[in-house]
Design a protein around this ligand. Sequence first.
Ligand SMILES: [Zn+2]
Length: 371
Amino acid sequence: MKNPNGHEIIQLFEQFSPKGLAMEGDKIGLQIGRLNKKIERIMIALDVLENVIDEAIEKKVQLIIAHHPIIYRPLKNLLTDTVQGKMIEKLVKHDIAVYAAHTNLDVAKGGVNDLLAAALGLEDAEVLVPTFDTKLKKLVVYVPASHAEEIRQVLGNAGAGFIGNYSHCSFSATGTGRFLPGEETSPFLGQAGRLEEVDEVRIETIVPEPLLKKTITAMIKAHPYEEVAYDVYALENKGEVLGLGRIGKVEEMTLAVFAEKVKTALEVDKVRVVGDLATKVKKVAVLGGDGNKYFMNAKFKGADVYVTGDIYYHTAHDAMMQGLNMIDPGHNVEKVMKKGLTAALEKMCQESGYEVEIFPSEVNTDPFQFL
Ligand SMILES: [Zn+2]
């Protein structure tokens, strides 16, 4: 076990929530501080408010990973007697880095929307609003037969060869590789200046585009040759669709009963409900945060009820007229990411042999109270 630095933590985290999944213009990534330091304690937060920063200082945290960006609009100045300026000053003074994973964490597998869907017990959950089509590349590499098994493992572990529920898929064929090592080389096989023939294996597999760079790096590292011969082909195949929100099924019940279930599952005292409480619901759409503009996606996909935050008066009217029931448990239910992300990152750190303490922020950042 070793203490990781910030770069190592973020590299790991971005395998879970790649930046490439974020919606255009979103403000994500490292926002404050630095990563070139030892990380012993990480706090996972929904929002970075002053009381959250105080909590991080008290708990001697080096890194906050937050869902909502602390800097959303570009700063024109940094005045330390303003609310935001004071917060940033505190973070910098205490050398606490803030990293934001916003819409990329909404879209990510196991991210905010999957956590919400799981909390609501949705079965056969699918993406509600597709935003990202994982394009596939074909990766072909030539390996001496002695190293073929190892390279296949490395490729699979890096995420290559996922087809449906199968991982580590590849195809191999054997053949003869030829090369003439130049005078300045120190070849793994053969001698400089002599034409060499080797039994090689051609391994081919598919890799989602976002994982391509990482896969090639891992493959080159494990490959015995000085110069690795590999090809990357563009594919026309459709990749896995990722996106915002989820839609799935629950056991049939009335809207009233389901609303009660939402309260329990998402740990809120009250919800706002649009629709006839006696209607039966079975197909449920959920979208973390403000999902106003996607209510027609829920309707088109046949949802009986759409659970999302920040519902506007006029969206509610429109949904009513479309015959779509809605439940608004508040934007703050995204707090589900605090525990979910803690567990996911803990697991990844353990697998990488990183000794680091990860915990969810305990501060309640919901600005609303219901009387
Ligand atoms: Zn949000």
